[in-house]
Design a protein around this ligand. Structure first.
Ligand SMILES: Cc1ncc(COP(=O)(O)O)c(C=O)c1O
Length: 454
């Protein structure tokens, strides 16, 4: 369905908005300073409001609608599951849960063959860290600056962006380090090789000074998502794997955003031929139709909890509706070549178009990404690389990015914006013509960003 005269009009939208403003408390927001748009409907790569404005969603919600909105096969699968068995307790073997676990384990790298289901990404991270601590008997976790791992207490403490600060009481046993990012190198590196080598040296020194026997896990997003889609240089993740093996540390890859087709592979780990000990997932596992996340567990960590109780669980672990949505989503992705589409469109359409935009727009400092997972680093000045807005800017200081965002929306493009970046993260099954439509709107919006360059 697209907006039509049958659609409820502006009055209905106003009522939705009024109840929201009166009663809904929104995430990560100063409640009086926000203006949430009222959504009337969505289909495929588009959503629309009650005033008949339609937007091409280059944010995939919050980077989770990997097969777009309202895919009929997934909607039907959830409807069928509601009719069959709407819910059931986690201690039973349930068809949808068993099948979802089987389909996921079939695709996860290496021996990650056991699946612990959670309700979303943050609780998957919480449980992965708990498993690592119990498996090693060690307390600390190393994680990267420029990362996001979720909003619950432990997950927000391993996060390496300003969302951690308000909840960081310094007692979470987390130590942050710098992962590679050549464009803003912390290592004075000039090549990817130098960046990789120096980032690994920095990590090994951090391990040595923290004391290897105190470190349970290193957690990394395979490709950091919200923090800027920094594709790691060749050899980095393999180097981290080696360090983990050398010091008996559990390697956790967080694929909550990068997994399930986003990078043009089922999992981003496949791009680097690396197998972690634990891998977290959520979002794309069922395109976000019903909340679901999980941890894929290696043989050796599963064995730790073979005869010993795993002290953790959730009432809705592997909820039948969420799992039925996952089964249908994974089958749709396989049948419709969604992963291949992401790889092809990234290589042939999005990547080349973004690089061409960078040539024409002085506000674009760097283009980076893969598949349907791209970031444009917007700068005031290409020579100095000064970001278009300061790190963690708010209010007036963030105005240039707000102006860019407004320009995109005025052209029917819903952008993903974080700090001085816009990410191009459309559904993994978006068509070439949809992508070209969005890229044309992006081109126009970047002209507004250009006005803020010096
Ligand atoms: C890499 C990563 N890990 C964890 C999370 C947290 O997931 P959730 O919001 O489902 O708890 C996110 C959410 O954006 C994420 O991008």
């Amino acid at each position: 369905m697209t907006p039509s005269s049958a659609q409820p009009g502006p009055e209905a939208g106003a009522a939705v908005k009024a109840a929201d403003r009166a009663h809904v408390f929104h995430s990560w927001s100063a409640q009086e300073l926000i203006d949430p748009p009222a959504v009337a409907g969505a289909e495929g790569s588009y959503f629309w409001d009650y005033d008949g404005r339609r937007f091409l969603d280059f944010a995939s919600g919050l980077v989770f609608t990997n097969i777009g909105y309202q895919h009929p096969k997934v909607v039907a699968a959830v409807q069928e599951q509601v009719g069959k068995l709407a819910t059931f307790a986690p201690a039973f073997a349930v068809e949808a849960r068993s099948e979802a676990a089987r389909l996921i384990a079939e695709r996860t790298p290496g021996d990650l063959d056991k699946i612990f289901f959670t309700n979303g990404g943050a609780d998957a991270v919480e449980h992965a860290i708990r498993m690592a601590r119990l498996h090693t008997g060690r307390p600390k976790v190393l994680s990267a600056y420029r990362s996001y791992h979720g909003g619950t207490q432990q997950a927000v403490n391993v996060t390496g962006d300003p969302r951690r600060w308000a909840s960081d009481n310094g007692s979470a046993g987390v130590v942050h380090f710098w992962a590679p990012f050549l464009y803003r190198s912390r290592f004075y590196a000039e090549t990817e090789e130098q960046e990789c080598e120096r980032a690994l040296e920095h990590l090994e020194t951090t391990i040595a000074f923290e004391g290897p026997s105190t470190i349970a896990a290193i957690i990394l997003e395979t490709i950091p998502g919200t923090a800027g889609i920094m594709v790691p240089p060749p050899g980095y993740l393999a180097g981290v794997r080696e360090l983990c093996d050398k010091y008996g540390i559990v390697f956790i890859l967080d694929e909550v955003m990068a997994g399930f087709g986003r990078t043009g592979e089922w999992f981003a780990a496949d791009l680097f031929d690396v197998v972690p000990d634990l891998m977290t997932f959520a979002k794309g596992v069922n395109s976000g139709y019903v909340p679901l996340g999980g941890v894929a567990i290696s043989q050796k960590i599963a064995e730790t909890f073979g005869k010993r109780v795993y002290p953790g669980g959730l009432t809705y672990s592997g909820h039948p509706l969420a799992c039925a949505a996952a089964v249908a989503t994974i089958n749709v992705m396989a049948e419709e070549g969604v992963v291949e589409n992401a790889a092809r469109m990234g290589a042939d359409v999005v990547g080349p178009a973004l690089r061409e935009l960078a040539e024409r727009h002085p506000s674009v400092g760097e283009v980076r990404g893969v598949g349907m997972f791209w970031a444009l680093e917007l700068v005031r000045n290409r020579e100095t690389r000064e970001p278009l807005v300061p790190y963690n800017a708010s209010g007036e200081a963030g105005a240039p990015m707000a102006a860019f965002g407004a320009a995109a929306k005025a052209r029917g493009l819903w952008p993903f914006i974080n700090m001085n970046r816009t990410h191009v993260v459309p559904p993994c099954n978006a068509s070439e013509s949809e992508l070209k439509e969005g890229l044309a709107a992006l081109d126009a919006a970047l002209s507004v960003a250009d006005e803020h360059t010096v």
